[in-house]
Design a protein around this ligand. Structure first.
Ligand code: SF4
Ligand code: SF4
Length: 310
């Protein structure tokens, strides 16, 4: 049976599309943006999150780990994560989480059928109708699981639920194209115009993304989709005038109308520690509101329509 791997289903969201929405978070992303506020979305398999405040020191996890990765040192539990990735791929994955009853060690990510997701999202069907809301596929990167995403979107459409997707755009065109007939709204990231800079901060070059934007610009008239491009404004990384100008010029050339500039925020920093990752942008503060207004002004200069869902 077709299953997708998700790491969360969040109800009552208001920033990711019209009205009140349910966000379905896909696990797995081809990018590794340094500012990612959902770092637990990046790896494609269930992984171990460690929340030491919940630990009651039953010590059951120490013998449960087949790699001997958990030890006590000066009355503190230390986890050497060097074997965790190997463990996630193994048949006996995440044994430490299965014995932890206090949820100090939790598996992040689980497999769902379309019916299981629908059962959850249908709980708010009335709210979607009253507020013009619906369901947004987020992540992670939904196009990484295109077959599951398509099946879910089709089911949502059959139930007359408004659909949206958030994508980084780094995928085969065919994976994006197959989702288009089932979408009402689309949020498409364009972070850095210079490909080398893009690779430096996200882990991949951007030619594939730009190519997908061009194709989308050409095909959009065939569909009834509201497309919103999104640029995260990260001081010192994406906020150069050159970057904003180049992005706006490019989008305008592709016949695209809407762009949203998203302020960098600090939410999600704490999650890095729970999955054993390092957060690199501690010194960065959110941009001034005036600068976002400046970005909006640049967009308007290129004939784009700046929007804000926040
Ligand atoms: S099993 Fe959970 S609660 Fe028990 S020691 Fe390990 S982390 Fe702590
Ligand atoms: S995820 Fe696997 S390797 Fe890592 S501590 Fe838990 S059982 Fe051990």
């Amino acid at each position: 049976m077709l299953k997708g791997i998700l790491f969360d289903i969040q109800r009552y969201a208001i920033h990711d599309g019209s009205g009140i929405r349910t966000l379905v978070f896909f696990k797995g992303c081809p990018l590794e943006c340094e500012w990612c506020s959902n770092p637990e979305s990046q790896f494609m398999l269930p992984e171990m999150g460690y929340f030491p405040d919940n630990c009651i020191r039953c010590d059951k996890c120490i013998p449960a780990c087949p790699y001997g990765s958990i030890r006590e040192e000066e009355n503190i539990l230390i986890t050497d994560r060097s074997f965790c990735r190997e463990c996630y791929h193994s048949r006996q994955a995440l044994q430490c989480t299965t014995v932890c009853q206090s949820l100090a060690r939790k598996a992040i990510g689980a497999y769902y059928t379309v019916d299981e997701v629908m059962k959850e999202v249908l709980k708010d069907q009335l709210i979607y109708r009253q507020t013009g809301g619906g369901v947004t596929l987020s992540g992670g990167e939904p196009t990484q699981q295109a077959e599951f995403a398509e099946a879910l979107l089709r089911e949502l459409q059959d139930n007359l639920i408004d659909t949206a997707i958030e994508t980084c755009g780094y995928c085969k065109w065919e994976n994006l194209q197959r989702l288009l007939p089932y979408l009402d709204q689309m949020f498409f990231d364009i972070k850095l115009f210079d490909s080398e800079e893009h690779a430096r901060y996200t882990g991949v070059k951007n030619e594939l993304i730009l190519d997908n934007i061009s194709r989308l610009g050409k095909e959009l008239d065939n569909y009834d989709i509201e497309l919103y491009m999104r640029t995260p404004v990260i001081p010192g990384i994406t906020d150069s005038r050159d970057n904003i100008e180049n992005i706006c010029r490019f989008l305008s050339e592709q016949g695209i109308k809407n762009i949203e500039f998203l302020s960098y925020h600090k939410l999600g920093r704490g999650k890095y520690l729970t999955i054993g990752k390092e957060y690199k942008l501690y010194d960065i503060e959110p941009p001034a509101k005036e600068f976002i207004a400046e970005c909006d002004g640049i967009a308007e200069k290129y004939g784009l329509n700046p929007v804000h869902f926040e």
